[in-house]
Design a protein around this ligand. Structure first.
Ligand code: PEP
Length: 255
């Protein structure tokens, strides 16, 4: 497995945190700390922070993402934001199918797939989240489940569009809990995802795909996780709100 074939991406997921004013302050703190990164650095921020963060990151190496988008281009979908709206602002990335959306907002594999296709059709890069609950892990179905989530999320996505896809393996039991998958567990599932991609799209696409790990990645455990052959970056929640910690993770990914 040749890691040099793919991009290492560290993406912060700010979740529902930071007003625009607070977002500007946080970005100004993060910017100098990650300016020499040898990996891609992304911050996925609340919709209301996008304008501020896009402005504040201009000329820097920080890319900007949203945390969701709807599958329709426009229409009677009160409270939703579409992919063309994000694209028109020059947003580059969008997270799709985060477990918090699956858990609290009725997101399913089918709606994940619709959002992924809309985002890609509008020129956005997607970070698709997959992962098992603790119960599912204990039942021994993690790799099958994650393979299924991945296949459904990508149904109808062309091999060519896969260059704009990142998969984030995020075990639900590790998100925001302080519990992290061991480096071996993370690598095993990331490897299973890559095998699934190889079955569907062939080895070249699988080898080039960035597969992140997410779930309580922090300044202390990032290096070991990121050293795994199939872990090509991280999706970072809590630690992305702490500039020094986020910078340490970026540094670990730059090695
Ligand atoms: C996340 O929100 O995707 C995440 C991984 O959160 P945390 O790092 O806080 O577990």
């Amino acid at each position: 497995m040749n890691k040099d074939l793919r991009k290492v991406v560290i993406a912060g997921n700010w979740k529902m945190n930071k007003t625009p004013e607070e977002a500007k302050k946080l970005i100004e703190e993060i910017k100098p700390l990650v300016k020499d990164a040898k990996c891609e650095v992304v911050t996925c921020v609340p919709f209301v922070d996008l304008t501020t963060v896009l402005e504040a990151t201009k000329g820097s190496n920080i890319k900007v993402g949203a945390q969701n988008c709807h599958w329709e281009e426009k229409g009677a979908f009160t409270g939703e934001i579409s992919a063309p709206m994000l694209k028109s602002m020059n947003v580059e990335y969008v997270i799709i199918g985060h477990s918090e959306r699956r858990q609290y907002f009725g997101e399913t594999d089918i709606t994940v797939n619709k959002r992924v296709k809309a985002a890609l059709a509008n020129g956005l890069k997607v970070i698709i989240c997959v992962g098992e609950s603790l119960e599912q892990r204990e039942q021994g179905v993690t790799c099958e489940l994650v393979a299924m989530q991945t296949k459904i999320a990508l149904n109808g996505v062309s091999a060519d569009d896969m260059k704009n896809v990142i998969i984030a393996y995020e075990p639900i039991w590790a998100i925001g809990t302080g519990k992290t998958a061991t480096a071996e567990q993370a690598n095993e599932v990331n490897h299973a995802i890559r095998e699934t991609i190889a079955q569907v799209y062939g080895k070249a696409v699988a080898d080039a795909l960035t597969i992140q790990y997410g779930g309580s990645m922090n300044a202390g455990n990032a290096e070991e996780l990121l050293a795994q052959p199939d872990v090509d970056g991280g999706l970072i929640g809590g630690a992305s709100l702490k500039p020094a910690d986020f910078a340490k993770i970026v540094e670990a990914a730059s090695k």
